[in-house]
Ligand binder design. Structure first.
Ligand code: ZN
Length: 104
């Protein structure tokens, strides 16, 4: 699955790496705020890949507010966000429209 090189997550521009050597043996993703890097294991299904990205974004959310989003919370929230995005394919266009109309 082709992915962007970077993701904007709040104030952070995070570089995406697919280098599995950066992951612990059983992990499929990681978020390294200290280096501004997201790591997603190569070879996952497209659904696993997106869920992993959303999972790592949840950890960024925790870092932003000096809290912690644990694995269970990140798994639940990423699945919830994935389902919202899947079930509402017009959502991104709606956000774009809201941004346009807000800036007018
Ligand atoms: Zn996690």
């Amino acid at each position: 699955m082709k992915l962007p090189d970077t993701f904007q997550v709040g104030p952070y521009t995070l570089k995406l790496s697919r280098d599995s050597r950066l992951l612990n043996a059983n992990d499929i993703g990681a978020c390294r705020m200290s280096t501004g890097e997201l790591v997603v294991r190569d070879g996952l299904t497209p659904q696993e890949t997106v869920l992993t990205l959303l999972h790592e974004f949840c950890h960024v959310y925790g870092a932003l507010w000096d809290g912690e989003v644990d694995e269970r919370q990140a798994n639940r929230l990423s699945g919830f966000l994935y389902a919202i995005l899947r079930d509402n394919p017009g959502l991104q266009a709606l956000v774009a429209r809201a941004e346009r109309e807000t800036s007018e």
